[in-house]
Design a protein around this ligand. Structure first.
Ligand SMILES: NC(=O)c1ccc[n+]([C@@H]2O[C@H](COP(=O)([O-])OP(=O)(O)OC[C@H]3O[C@@H](n4cnc5c(N)ncnc54)[C@H](OP(=O)(O)O)[C@@H]3O)[C@@H](O)[C@H]2O)c1
Length: 346
């Protein structure tokens, strides 16, 4: 089944929150590739109306009575993530003016982080950090020590790290976590006009993503002096899969953002672990790592350890979403996150 694309904004009443929930007035919502993929490929959802939108920032408008006043207060500036429920086949999306969610998935942001920047953060940090650092035994993860936890900062100094697609929203956060973990060199692929920016957030080398795969493989191994124990393919197309896989050392780990059964099977034969990222805070296997990351987030942002994506604001509030999704689908976005302001919807 595929979801009909709509050009009209869907207006919904904010539902009553439960005692452990928070109502957020959304000031900025970011667009993600998953928003157009759900529509075009008919993924995940069978319950309608379905509101998409996986990343938002705003202020707390109401808090449930069970939430201690020491944790959150009305007026706090926060970031939140939408999600889909695989059992109910429904979404809880943030393309909306008000968003209700359990307090355990809410993070505060410092005054130095704008709402627009805030809207770029949660899926990016979750998708990059969970498959690298999640210690849950059932998680697809390299199980490194997270750099925001004791003993994690700089722990992997001197080890090379490769991320394919550093200019993407996910790729930018992967570069930054690799930097905080101490990896060096950090080699990435991108269009070269993005190289200065990617170096400013931690990449040590940027290779032209249009190079043929054999040349990319030769240049990356020359720079690293070996194959890589950890590779993160933040694009995960057939081309990047084969380059990333070839560059993963035997006994090493490859993280992907999309599934490839073929790669999983090959990895088992060749002794390379393939982990697919699951960048949602809602599934229980991500709760422990998610909470520690959400708690660490204000300090990571305040210190500049994590820099949000650069943004492009689309006009027209939520009416700007369909055109933005078309641009994402047609690969017409480079190095920025598209963001809308729901409160500006006419
Ligand atoms: N598994 C999960 O939980 C999860 C979560 C979030 C996202 N995802 C998936 O992750 C993928 C990336 O998402 P995103 O939000 O980061 O996308 P994005 O920001 O829209 O990515 C755009 C960037 O991709 C780069 N790019 C495209 N093809 C490339 C290639 N062959 N080599 C290197 N760079 C390439 C472009 O770089 P240049 O501008 O430098 O050319 C562009 O800046 C999507 O497929 C998305 O669906 C998965």
């Amino acid at each position: 089944m595929s979801i009909p694309a709509r050009n009209k904004t869907l207006f919904l009443e904010a539902r009553e929150g439960r005692p452990d929930e928070i109502l957020v007035k959304v000031e900025a919502t970011a667009l993600n590739p998953i928003d157009w993929k759900i529509q075009s490929f008919g993924l995940f959802i069978e319950k309608f109306p379905a509101v998409l939108g996986f990343d938002a920032a705003g202020t707390i408008a109401q808090i449930g009575e069970d939430i201690p006043s020491s944790s959150f207060a009305v007026g706090d500036r926060v970031v939140v993530q939408g999600w889909y429920d695989p059992v109910k086949k429904s979404t809880v999306g943030a393309f909306t003016e008000y968003f209700v969610l359990p307090s355990k998935f809410v993070a505060k942001i410092p005054a130095s982080t704008s709402f627009d920047e805030g809207a770029t953060i949660l899926s990016g940090i979750a998708t990059s950090a969970f498959p690298l650092y999640n210690q849950d035994p059932t998680a697809a993860s390299v199980k490194l020590t997270a750099p925001w936890l004791e003993g994690g900062r700089g722990k992997y100094a001197g080890k090379p790290f490769l991320v394919l697609g550093g200019a993407g929203s996910m790729g930018q956060y992967v570069i930054q976590f690799a930097r905080l973990s101490g990896f060096s060199p950090i080699i990435t692929t991108a269009s070269l006009h993005n190289a200065p920016f990617l170096k400013s957030i931690g990449a040590t080398h940027v290779l032209d993503r249009n190079l043929p795969s054999d040349q990319l493989i030769a240049e990356a191994t020359k720079l690293a002096g070996s194959h890589f124990e950890v590779v993160y393919d933040a694009i995960s197309t057939p081309d990047t899969f084969s380059t990333a896989y070839a560059l993963t050392a035997q006994g090493g780990s490859l993280v992907t953002v999309l599934v490839s059964e073929e790669l999983n099977a090959k990895g088992k034969q060749d002794g390379k672990a393939v982990h697919m990222a699951h960048g949602l805070f809602a599934p229980p296997l991500n709760h422990d790592i998610g909470r520690t990351l959400l708690d660490a987030l204000p300090a990571l942002l305040e210190s500049g350890d994590i820099k949000p994506n650069r943004t492009e604001i689309l006009p027209g509030g939520l009416n700007g979403v369909p055109d933005g999704l078309r641009r994402l689908k047609n690969n017409q976005v480079s190095g920025v996150k598209l963001v809308v302001h729901p409160q500006d919807t006419a």
